[in-house]
Write a protein that binds this ligand. Structure first.
Ligand SMILES: Nc1nc2c(ncn2[C@@H]2O[C@H](COP(=O)(O)OP(=O)(O)OP(=O)(O)O)[C@@H](O)[C@H]2O)c(=O)[nH]1
Ligand SMILES: [Mg+2]
Length: 528
């Protein structure tokens, strides 16, 4: 059980502290300087102090404390070997001893583990204790964050790229680079990438038999615990690979779903992620559960849906139906909100674009907001709407519009995500206009434009005009900028972080607030 400093329960989970960690976004205090304001209360049957991965988890989350309660096994006699303090005979389920673990400013051994009698533990004032501990850190001259990366429970990943005939070398290379970014955004570390050329995937094992052995050996040699493929693979392929390599195997969609599961904050976000995960996993369920429990947790096993995966398909189907209905309700709710806005006659503009293009940064800059931004893929899941007031340069009149930031796109956005996130994507399709934000500093920006257009083409038709906005021009050579300006003469070129080109962008936005001027904006996608 995870509690905040007010004693409110943040999460109740089944598993070890290492398996049930909170993500960075779930921690109440983002300031890495200090402890995170969360303590974990865990029960266990074995009378041993918390060990390796569980200790690392404390450092990773900068927990205020981990309190381990050793419970008497059901119907056991007293456990006299208990190293903890309370030595009286335990009846079934009774707490026999406890360990209190907290961080200390010692980089080699940053944990203090104290066995405590329960009677003493419950007398402790945690507010005072945490104050003292934070003072120790302060006095020692460093912040709790210094331990975060000590973790050795991160997934250590071996990437496998399969270059098939239908892929151009460039697309293949871009895909691999993106996969590294995805793996890192999911919290894993990529140790190595292995490649195989085949005209098409092997029906049983994706790569050839020889390569399967090679991957397994290499994974062992470098200490990888997870193999990630650069494409989607079938349930039976995953099963075969896991059985032959004795390693967890995850495909590209699972990786993306895992990032979404980690990022989902709002009720609506969690709902949609769970739906997407279940929809993707249902057809792949048979036989996987066993392999999953054998191979442990990590990427591909997290998320609101994880515990349900091993239950029956029928139960899952029922859950999917229920979630579908909830998403329908969400869709209806959002649609009502939009109607209200239309009623108020404030035009809406949606920010769309490839993930990491700088949409949230642009929203922040334009509306002086503080939406979460980060150099990681899929930083944003939930739509945020802010009002923007612009002075029309010609008439000096004030124009208001509503700007909505939303989830980013990616090449081949998995269909279950498209389905589950339809309520969110509607913010884009229903907007009066769309700003398509492009990261011009990304080497593959042209194919990003194409991918975004493909995703948009799969959505119900967009009602308004689309304006291309090239971002991050501060990172681009003037030659490349000139070339892009020639190819896309109607686009706007900006830097959201440096505040370049924003005046021009705002004046273009004004025209959205003046419907008669819409026509100006409708030309962009006709460019080559
Ligand atoms: N150099 C430079 N970096 C920028 C600019 N705009 C945004 N960034 C950086 O790009 C990264 C991604 O920015 P976000 O605003 O989170 O991107 P996003 O499009 O919202 O991404 P998702 O929510 O993941 O889809 C962040 O590290 C930003 O600081 C810019 O104009 N110049
Ligand atoms: Mg964002």
């Amino acid at each position: 059980m995870y509690l905040n400093r007010r004693g409110q329960v943040l999460r109740v989970a089944v598993g070890t502290p290492a398996q049930t960690q909170l993500s960075e976004q779930e921690l109440p205090r983002h300031s890495a300087e200090r402890l995170s304001g969360v303590r974990c209360l865990a029960t266990q049957l074995k009378a041993t102090p918390p060990d390796g991965a569980n200790l690392t988890a404390i450092a990773r989350q900068r927990l205020d404390a981990l309190i381990t309660l050793i419970c008497a096994p059901t119907d056991s006699k007293s456990n006299s070997k208990s190293k903890g303090a309370i030595a009286k005979n335990g009846t079934s389920g009774e707490i026999q001893s406890t360990y209190l673990v907290h961080l200390v400013p010692d980089l080699d051994q940053p944990w203090e583990i104290s066995p405590l009698p329960l009677a003493e533990l419950i007398e402790e004032d945690f507010g005072d204790l945490v104050d003292d501990w934070e003072k120790e850190f302060h006095a020692a001259g460093y912040g709790a964050f210094q331990f975060e990366e000590k973790g050795d429970d991160q997934d250590k990943i071996l990437l496998v790229g399969l270059m098939t005939d239908d892929l151009s070398p460039q697309r293949f290379q871009d895909g691999l680079e993106e996969l590294v970014r995805l793996a890192e955004s999911a919290g894993g570390t990529v140790l190595e990438t292995m490649i195989q050329k085949r005209s098409q995937p092997h029906p049983q094992t994706v790569v050839g038999q020889g390569k399967v052995d090679e991957i397994a050996q290499q994974a062992q040699a470098i200490g990888a615990n997870l193999v990630v493929f650069d494409r989607d693979i079938s349930a039976s392929q995953i099963r075969n690979l896991e059985a032959q390599m004795n390693l967890r195997v995850v495909d590209r969609t699972e990786l993306i779903l895992d990032i979404f599961a980690q990022r989902a904050q709002s009720q609506a976000g969690k709902l949609q992620v769970e739906l997407a995960q279940l929809e993707y996993m249902l057809p792949r369920l048979r036989g996987r559960g066993q392999a999953m429990s054998r191979l442990g947790g990590g990427i591909g096993t997290r998320g609101p849906g994880e515990t349900k995966l091993e239950t029956e398909r029928r139960t899952i189907q029922r859950r999917i139906n229920q979630l579908q209905q909830e998403v329908n309700q969400l869709q209806a709710h959002r649609s009502r909100l939009r109607q209200q806005r239309q009623h108020n006659e404030i035009p809406t503009v949606a920010l769309a674009g490839y993930t990491n293009a700088g949409k949230s940064t642009l929203l922040n800059t334009l509306t002086h907001s503080e939406v979460y931004t980060a150099d990681q893929l899929f930083a944003t899941l939930d739509p945020t709407t802010r009002r923007l007031t612009i002075t029309d340069a010609e008439t000096q009149s004030q124009r208001s519009l509503l700007l909505t930031d939303t989830v980013g796109f990616i090449h081949e956005l998995p269909p279950p995500l498209m389905d589950a996130f339809r309520a969110t994507l509607e913010e884009v399709t229903e907007a009066d206009a769309v700003l398509h934000v492009v990261d011009l500093s990304h080497p593959a920006w042209e194919s990003h434009i194409q991918s975004v257009q493909e995703v948009l083409a799969d959505l119900p038709t967009i009602s308004g005009p689309t304006l291309l906005v090239f971002n991050k021009v501060d990172q681009v050579e003037s030659e490349a900028l000139g070339a892009a300006q020639q190819t896309y003469p109607d686009a706007v070129f900006i830097s959201a972080t440096r505040g370049l080109g924003l005046a021009t962008l705002k004046q273009r936005l004004v025209h959205i607030a003046t419907p008669a001027a819409d026509a100006k904006m409708n030309t962009e996608f006709s460019a080559p």
